[in-house]
Design a protein around this ligand. Structure first.
Ligand code: F6R
Length: 614
C-alpha cells in the first residue's frame, strides 16, 4: 500500500535518495507517486500517475540536474488510491498555506468529511478529493511559531490512522513525522536523517533506526531526531540496528523478487529454526513466547487469526496443534473474526499470523482478543511491526525481507514456526520425548528438503508451459494438504491472473466437478501421507471428465505418478512436513505460469504487500 520516504541532509541533495527510496517501496503496490522538495527558495512539488519511473521522467524534464543540489530536504510518497481516483491531483504530497506546507500520509482519516466541511466554511479551497489534503490544511491553520505543536494540535482532531511526514517554509530545515496505526521508521545517518514507512527504504543509508510507536511525533533535522507524545512531552526511543543488509532488498541476479524469495527458502528456514530446537528434551525453545510450562498447560483452545496466505498457514497449524498437542484449534479469517463478537475465554490462546505485522484486520482481531482477556501472541516476520509490538510476545520468523507481493518464504517459515510451537505445546501434554525427538530431527531437515524442491525449478517450468494457457484451474488436497491447495490457487490467481480455486479433494464432486473439461487442469496434492489413496480416487474422477491432472507426488511413488498426466516430485517426508515441500512446488508452478503468460510478477495489479486498510 502507500509508502513514505523523507530525507534531510546537510550535504546531499534529497532528490536521488527520495526517488531511490520510493523505488525500494515499489513492491508494496501503488498507482501514483510524488515528491516535495524544500530549498531556501520554497517548496516544489512534482506528482505523476503510474510508476516511479514516470515521476523520474517528470523530474528530468522539470528539474535540471544543476538545480537539484539546492534541495537538501524533501518528502515523497507512493499512493494506493482509497479516496479519489489515482490522478496526479490526488497523488501526495498535498500542499497548504499557498504551497508553503507539504505533507505525505499513509492511512485513512475517517472524519475527513466533517473536517473538510469545517475548513471549507473558513474559506479553504481544496485541490483534491483525498482525505489527506484535509490534514495538510488543518496543520496550516495552526502553523505559527512552533511546528511540532501545529502538527499535534491538528492530529488531535483526527480520527483514523496515519503515518505522516510534513514540512513547512515557516520552519525551514525541520520535518515533523508522526504515526498512529501506520508504521514509520527513522534512520539516523551522519548529518542526514531518513524517514520511511518501511526499513527497506532506509538500509541503503544507515542501519541505525528508531521505530516510532503509535502516538509518537518526532521533529527531524539532518542532525537527528527528537521524539514527543501528542501532548508535546519528550519521550526516549531506543536506536536499534536493522538485522539485514542492502543485498536482502535487491534482486541479486534473479529476474524477480518472487523467484529470489522462493530460492531463499532453505536459508530463510534455517534462520527460522536456528537455536530453537532442543535435542535433549525433544522440544522447541521459543523464548519470545515468554510462557511458563504451567501457562502452556493451561491453554484449552487455540485461535489462529490471519488473512490470505497467513490464514492458509494457520489452517495447516490447526492440524499440528490438534494432532500433536490435542488442543482444539480454529483458524479464523481476521476480518470475520473481529466483527463476529468472538467468544473468548481467558484460557484461549490467540496467535496472530502476519508477515508484515501491519495487516489492519489482523491487528484489529488482536486488539479484540486482548480486550476480551485472551492470551495473545504474534507470529510475524517484520521486526518491530505493530502487531509484534502490541502483543509483546511471540515468535519472529527471521525469514528476511519479503519484497514480492506474493508471499512465499513467509508461508513456509510460518508453517515451520507453527510446527515448532505445536511441538512445544505437545511436550507439555501427551507427546513423549521420543516423539518429540523424531519431530526435532524432521524439522531440522526442512531446509534441505525444501532445497531439493527448489532444484526442480526447470522441470516445473516445463510442466507449467503445458498448462499456462488455461483460464481456469482447480487445486485439490485433503487433510493437512487442503490449505496447500488453497495457497496454490491463491498464488496462481495473484500473479498469473488466472481463475483458480482450491478445494478439499472430496468436495469437488459436490458441485465444482461440473466445470471440469479438457481445458481445466487440476493440480492434485498427492504426497504419500495418510489419505493419499483417497485423493488418487478423486484424481481418477477428474480424469474421467478429461481434465488434465498435474500431481505433486512423493519421489519414488510411481503408483501415484501413474495416475496423473504430469508429476512434480517432492521428497518423502512425514505428514507434518508434506505441506511445506508441496507448497514450494506450487509456488514455482505459479511463478512459471505467470512468467510464461508475461505477467507483472512482483507487483501484480490491484494488490498491495501490506494491507493496512479494512
Ligand atoms: C498472498 C499475500 C496476502 C497476504 C495477506 C496477509 O501472497 O501475500 O494474501 O498473505 O495480505 O498479509 P500479512 O501476512 O502481512 O498479514
Amino acid at each position: 500500500m502507500c509508502g513514505i520516504v523523507g530525507f534531510s541532509s546537510r550535504r546531499h541533495s534529497a532528490v536521488g535518495p527520495l526517488v531511490n527510496g520510493l523505488r525500494r517501496l515499489e513492491y508494496r503496490g501503488y498507482d501514483s507517486a510524488g515528491v516535495a522538495l524544500q530549498s531556501d527558495g520554497g517548496i516544489r512539488v512534482y506528482k505523476q500517475t503510474g510508476k516511479v519511473g514516470e515521476l523520474e521522467k517528470l523530474l528530468k524534464e522539470k528539474l535540471p540536474a544543476a538545480e537539484r543540489d539546492a534541495f537538501k530536504m524533501g518528502i515523497a510518497h507512493t499512493r494506493w488510491a482509497t479516496h479519489g481516483l489515482p490522478t496526479a491531483a490526488n497523488a501526495h504530497p498535498h500542499v497548504a498555506d499557498g504551497g508553503r506546507l507539504a505533507l505525505v500520509h499513509n492511512g485513512i482519516i475517517e472524519n475527513y468529511a466533517a473536517l473538510r466541511a469545517g475548513l471549507e466554511k473558513r474559506g479553504v479551497a481544496f485541490a483534491s478529493q483525498t482525505d489527506t489534503e484535509v490534514l495538510a490544511h488543518l496543520i496550516a491553520q495552526f502553523d505559527k511559531d512552533d511546528f511540532l505543536s501545529a502538527v499535534t494540535q491538528a492530529l488531535k482532531q483526527v480520527e483514523g490512522t496515519y503515518g505522516i511526514a510534513v514540512m513547512s517554509m515557516r520552519h525551514p530545515g525541520e520535518m515533523v513525522v508522526a504515526r498512529k496505526g501506520s508504521p514509520l521508521v527513522i534512520g539516523i545517518g551522519e548529518h542526514e536523517t531518513v524517514v520511511a514507512s518501511d526499513v527497506s527504504a532506509i538500509v541503503a543509508h544507515t542501519r541505525q533506526v528508531i521505530y516510532l510507536k503509535d502516538g509518537d511525533v518526532a521533529l527531524v533535522t539532518p542532525d537527528g531526531v527528537n521524539v514527543y507524545t501528542l501532548d508535546n512531552a519528550p519521550v526516549s526511543r531506543d536506536v536499534q540496528e536493522i538485522e539485514f543488509d542492502l543485498g536482502a532488498v535487491e534482486k541479486g541476479g534473479f529476474d524477480h523478487f518472487m523467484l529470489k524469495e522462493i530460492h531463499e527458502q532453505p536459508e530463510a528456514l534455517r534462520n527460522t529454526i536456528r537455536g530453537r530446537l532442543d535435542k535433549t528434551d525433544g522440544t522447541a525453545i521459543l523464548s519470545g513466547l515468554n510462557l511458563t510450562p504451567r501457562e502452556l498447560a493451561a491453554v484449552r483452545r487455540l485461535v489462529i487469526v490471519g488473512c490470505g496466505t497467513s490464514l492458509h498457514a494457520g489452517m495447516v497449524g490447526k492440524h499440528y496443534f490438534e494432532s500433536l498437542a490435542d488442543i482444539p484449534t480454529s483458524p479464523e479469517q481476521a476480518a470475520e473474526f473481529r466483527y463476529s463478537n468472538p467468544i473468548i475465554s481467558p484460557d484461549d490462546w490467540v496467535i496472530a499470523l502476519s508477515q508484515s505485522g501491519e495487516t489492519a484486520d489482523t491487528l484489529a482481531a488482536v486488539r479484540e482478543s486482548m480486550r476480551k482477556g485472551a492470551l495473545v501472541s504474534g507470529l510475524c516476520n517484520v521486526v518491530g511491526s505493530t502487531i509484534a509490538r502490541e502483543v509483546g510476545r511471540g515468535v519472529y520468523l527471521h525469514a528476511g525481507p519479503e519484497i514480492s507481493v506474493a508471499s512465499t518464504k513467509a508461508f513456509t517459515a510460518q508453517v515451520t514456526a507453527l510446527l515448532m510451537t505445536a511441538l512445544k505445546l505437545g511436550r507439555t501434554r501427551r507427546l513423549s520425548r521420543e516423539e518429540g525427538l523424531r519431530l526435532v530431527a524432521e524439522i531440522e531437515r526442512i531446509p534441505d528438503l525444501v532445497g531439493a524442491v527448489v532444484a526442480r525449478s526447470n522441470e516445473i517450468a516445463a510442466i507449467a508451459e503445458k498448462r499456462c494457457k488455461a483460464e481456469d484451474m482447480f487445486f485439490i488436497g485433503r487433510g493437512v494438504l487442503y490449505p496447500t491447495a488453497l495457497e496454490g490457487a491463491l498464488k496462481v490467481k495473484e500473479i498469473a491472473y488466472l481463475h483458480a480455486e482450491g478445494y478439499q479433494a472430496a468436495e469437488l464432486k459436490h458441485g465444482p466437478i461440473a466445470l471440469l473439461t479438457e481445458k481445466t487442469p487440476v493440480v492434485a496434492l498427492l504426497a504419500d501421507i495418510p489419505g493419499k489413496e483417497k485423493t488418487v480416487g478423486n484424481v481418477q474422477e477428474c480424469r474421467a471428465r478429461n481434465a488434465p491432472v498435474v500431481g505433486v507426488v512423493t519421489e519414488g511413488d510411481e503408483e501415484a505418478a501413474s495416475h496423473v498426466d504430469d508429476a512434480i516430485f517432492v521428497p518423502r517426508t512425514s505428514e507434518w512436513v508434506a505441506p511445506i515441500v508441496s507448497v514450494v512446488a506450487l509456488q514455482l508452478f505459479a511463478y512459471h505460469v505467470a512468467r510464461l503468460r508475461g505477467c507483472e510478477i512482483d507487483q501484480p495489479r490491484n494488490l498491495a504487500k501490506s494491507v493496512t486498510v479494512e
